[in-house]
Design a protein around this ligand. Structure first.
Ligand code: SF4
Ligand code: SF4
Length: 153
């Protein structure tokens, strides 16, 4: 009983000070931590198809399809399986994968969240993401084009 009263007193103390820790989502978007790991974006333009992300992924979220010349043809994403460990981003030698801060996507089953590259282009929550706004990656290790030319798909 004393514990309950203490809890109520703490709650009242914060309420009277106007301190709240919840937001009225979705009207008010929550501020997520800079280290938050949301759905990742993939740059087909930047990718060198080394398949390291595919190999390091613990649960086959990423599937890289290459042709006989080992040139990249397809990038498949099983979003519903991802555990957001960020290993794919860390292992990528050219920062072709960035975990963004987006968490707003839904599906009834994991199968609803399986996409290939073409399908991803028409998924609003994926298409509208700007990974460069979502997080500041280590651009020092990037190769190739200028910032404006990077084609995140
Ligand atoms: S964050 Fe982890 S689980 Fe998700 S795709 Fe990358 S390696 Fe796989
Ligand atoms: S690790 Fe990076 S460069 Fe290699 S296949 Fe994956 S996204 Fe492409």
């Amino acid at each position: 009983m004393i514990g309950v009263l203490k809890s109520l007193a703490t709650t009242m103390e914060h309420a009277l000070k106007g301190e709240t820790f919840t937001v009225e989502y979705p009207d008010v978007p929550p501020e997520v931590s800079p280290r938050f790991r949301g759905v990742h974006k993939f740059s087909q333009e930047r990718c060198i198809w080394c398949r390291q992300c595919e190999n390091v992924c613990p649960n086959d979220t990423i599937q890289i399809v290459t042709n006989e010349q080992r040139q990249g043809e397809q990038y498949n994403l099983h979003v519903g399986q991802c555990v957001y460990c960020r290993l794919c981003e860390e292992v990528c030698p050219v920062d072709a994968i960035i975990l963004t801060q987006n968490f707003e996507f839904t599906g009834d089953t994991k199968d609803d969240l399986v996409y290939n590259m073409e399908q991803l282009k028409s998924v609003p929550w994926y298409n509208e993401l700007d990974p460069l706004e979502a997080r500041e990656p280590d651009r020092g290790s990037w190769v190739g084009e200028g910032e404006d030319e990077v084609d995140y798909q």
